[in-house]
Design a protein around this ligand. Structure first.
Ligand SMILES: [Zn+2]
Length: 292
């Protein structure tokens, strides 16, 4: 007689949500993807980020600590299409044997030029249509990793997708209201291929301008010529720390240096681009302001 209530209590405990609650240990390659995993995964996922906010996802040197993170992971998320060239080595160094989810799977890819060579453009998340695909892939992977929390992930995933779709529609409406001849941006960020394609914005690369080396006098001269020729009112170059240079361009052309863009890394938590949604909205706002 004494045994039955105990067994009953155990059965009740096992079927209660408390007993089913699980935390998925996830690793995401860079801050934007990490945010999508957090958004969909909520309290059932602990996400570690390899390339932290502000970091460059292309060139990254994993540390032994990163290798340890992978070895303890249930699931690993990457964007794919060539973004994380450093990943394969990290996976084999860590001994990680689980699934590597390619979040861009199923998106239509575009080509881009890199050092004169045609490659598949890895910056797929910068169109919200693709963002929806990322969120869908993340949702399905989390359901596979933790089927008991499937309903939770499905609900959060659906909410995330709806927010991305809303933002997509908003961006399309905003850009459509700008005359086509003004819908152009001069920037040294090469991460806007999908963005330009989706929202009909032309992104011009600065002529003869290198972000790695200090700009030479002739670089600056060609940039000034180009700004005048293309009639752009604002330009976005990654290295805007040289205020002398920025001033010189402004005086010669009347164009202003645009605010900072966040095409492939989030800002820190207090910055203007702490989440994927905020980063996208911020980029759209800043680019729109530059066209006015
Ligand atoms: Zn990039």
């Amino acid at each position: 007689m004494k045994r039955l209530p105990i067994l009953l209590a155990v059965a009740v405990l096992l079927s209660s949500p408390l007993a089913m609650a699980k935390t998925v240990n996830a690793v995401a390659s860079f801050s934007i993807l990490s945010d999508i995993v957090k958004h969909v995964g909520g309290e059932h996922v602990k996400v570690s980020t390899l390339v932290r906010p502000g970091g460059d996802p292309h060139s990254f040197e994993p540390s032994p600590q990163d290798s340890k993170l992978l070895s303890q992971a249930d699931v690993v998320f990457v964007s794919g299409v060539g973004l994380e060239g450093w990943l394969d080595r990290l996976v084999s160094a860590s001994g990680y044997k689980g699934r590597v989810i390619i979040a861009s799977q199923g998106t239509d890819t575009l080509q881009m030029k890199e050092n004169g060579k045609k490659i598949t453009d890895p910056h797929a998340w910068n169109s919200m249509k693709n963002g929806v695909q990322y969120a869908t892939n993340v949702m399905n992977a989390l359901i596979a990793a933790d089927p008991q929390d499937a309903n939770y992930f499905r609900q959060r995933g659906t909410e995330c997708i709806q927010q991305l779709q809303k933002l997509d529609l908003w961006a399309k409406t905003q850009f459509a209201a700008v005359p086509p001849e003004k819908r152009k941006v001069l920037t040294s960020h090469d991460a806007f291929g999908y963005f330009g394609h989706e929202y009909s914005v032309t992104f011009l690369a600065p002529v003869g301008f290198s972000t790695e080396a200090e700009a030479s006098a002739s670089d600056v001269a060609s940039l000034i010529k180009q700004i005048k020729r293309e009639k752009v009112s604002a330009y976005f170059i990654e290295n805007q720390t040289d205020s002398r240079l920025v001033k010189q361009i402004a005086v010669a052309t009347g164009a202003k240096a645009g605010k900072e863009l966040y095409p492939e890394a989030l800002s820190n938590a207090h910055g203007p681009a702490a989440t994927y949604l905020q980063a996208f909205k911020h980029n759209v706002d800043v680019l729109l302001a530059s066209m006015k």
